[in-house]
Design a protein around this ligand. Structure first.
Ligand SMILES: [Zn+2]
Length: 482
């Protein structure tokens, strides 16, 4: 996500951190999500059947599957609502509810929805699946869409944001499945890479922006079904609209499409996405997907990242919009390709993404951002936050390695994960020198692409080239004075 300036207080839930121990990966084969979804505008709902091919890539036998039902956090009475009911920017039409209801599961001996906030679907398999073996289940479900400017919902511009629109297999750790509720602060998603085949049926006058490469299109009566595929990605997202226009660009063989509403495309954003892809590919490693969709669609934050698709809030003025496009594009490297534990180590993707954005603009001075101005702004904002929080709470927790559940506001989260993250990576670069710093990031990318990297993977990539352990520890544990 990109930073949000709202000072929305979040519930201080006492949830223990689940360390993401690296899975003992036994196979290179990936799970496959095969989703056939139909969107009905008259009921603001999506009905779908998802066939899930599970492959056991762990060293242990697995008797049950657990899926996150992110869409269910939008229901009435959710304990962890993605947006506060008082957030009138998100709930543009007054409070509205949605939800994800599983209506059947085939290929199992039983299933139930539960978890801390009706957010987990548990499916009991007919027999244990041993390492390298496969199993298949088919889940039918309905996703009711709230009228909300959020990752999942019908927006005030009538676009249909389909982030997290299907049951998503919980990431597996040595301790079991990660069953995080939908924290309002940050991006509470942790998922493993899989392959996707997705078909979306919708009225013929609708256009879909998706994470996938289009395979086929079929028109039947008033409806149109389009099929897509995406390989080695940790999520699949789409945005639908009956009034999208498009602008195309290209970067290193990747087809970029900017989706927008209105008469003219927002100036320079398709080009900014193309330049960002080229720059990050050269700086860190190659972009892995054949397409990239940049979608102008209302959000209560300024942007949101999914693999091969980013959502950008159209109300941003052009300077902020370019910044957000580059930030969300950098997430293709730090989140989409190199995954991390976004719940317990948000600095690892957000801090590095902010710093990668700084590096992009430093290399492209025509946009008007400089390294000194970005570092100066982050430092000023961080010091102001520290002063305010010290005055309110007396003692301020400035550690970075902690759960989303421990942040009391977006303001605190933005300053710790984004601003302090940016300041830390600039301090690392200044101490190591450019060559060692960028070599370390290249290696971190190449070694960890398509996995979920621990903090230690990033720390050691730096420390192997220069003695940075003390510097990083000082920042991460909140001991460094800024
Ligand atoms: Zn972000």
């Amino acid at each position: 996500m990109n930073r949000i300036t709202a000072f929305a207080l979040a519930a201080l839930a006492a949830v223990g951190a689940v360390p993401l121990a690296a899975c003992n990966k036994k196979t290179d084969e990936l799970c496959l999500y095969d989703i056939a979804a139909t969107f009905d505008p008259s009921s603001s709902s999506l009905t779908a059947r998802m066939t899930f091919d599970f492959v056991n890539d762990t060293a242990d036998e697995i008797a049950e599957l657990k899926f996150n039902l992110w869409g269910n956090a939008f229901r009435e009475g959710a304990k962890y609502a993605p947006c506060s009911a008082q957030d009138t920017e998100a709930y543009y039409d007054g409070v509205s509810y949605g939800g994800m209801t599983v209506t059947g599961v085939e290929g199992c001996t039983g299933w139930e929805t539960g978890g801390e906030d009706q957010n987990i679907l548990t499916v009991a398999l007919p027999q244990s699946v041993y390492p390298d073996e496969r199993a298949q289940v088919a889940i039918t479900y309905t996703l009711n869409l709230a009228h909300v400017n959020a990752r999942t919902g019908i927006t005030e511009d009538g676009t249909v944001n389909l982030g997290n629109f299907y049951p998503t297999l919980c990431a597996k750790t040595a301790e079991g499945y990660v069953q995080t509720p939908y924290y309002a602060i940050g991006d509470p998603f942790v998922s493993e890479c899989a392959d996707y085949r997705v078909s979306i049926t919708m009225p013929q006058n609708f256009t879909a922006a998706t994470s996938g490469r289009e395979l086929s299109k079929k028109v039947e009566g008033d409806l149109c079904t389009t099929s897509y595929e995406l390989k080695r990605a940790r999520d699949f997202a789409a945005v639908l609209s009956d009034s999208f226009r498009t602008e195309r660009a290209e970067a290193d063989g990747c087809a970029i499409t900017l989706y927008y509403q209105g008469d003219t495309p927002p100036e320079g954003l398709a080009q900014c996405a193309a330049e960002s892809i080229t720059y990050f590919s050269e700086t860190f490693g190659e972009y892995a997907y054949p397409t990239f969709s940049v979608v102008m669609t209302p959000l209560s934050s300024s942007g949101m990242e999914y693999p091969a698709l980013v959502m950008i809030d159209p109300s941003l003025e052009s300077h902020d919009a370019a910044y957000t496009v580059s930030h969300e594009t950098a997430h293709q490297w730090w989140y989409a390709m190199v995954g991390s534990d976004q719940v317990n180590s948000a600095w690892q993707d957000e801090g590095l993404t902010e710093y990668s954005t700084l590096c992009f603009f430093e290399a492209h001075p025509a946009y008007g951002f400089t390294r000194a101005s970005m570092l100066g702004n982050a430092t000023k904002a961080y010091r102001a936050y520290f002063t305010v929080y010290s005055q309110i709470f007396g003692q301020t927790d400035t550690s970075m390695s902690r759960s989303l559940a421990t942040f009391s506001s977006e303001y605190e989260y933005a300053n710790i994960a984004y601003n302090k993250g940016l300041i830390m990576f600039d301090a690392l670069r200044a101490s190591m020198g450019d060559e060692r710093f960028f070599d370390a990031l290249k290696e971190y990318f190449q070694t960890n692409a398509f996995t979920i990297a621990d903090e230690e993977h990033l720390i050691s990539a730096m420390d192997e080239r220069y003695d940075t352990q003390g510097l990083m520890e000082g920042f991460l544990k909140g001991k460094t004075v800024i």
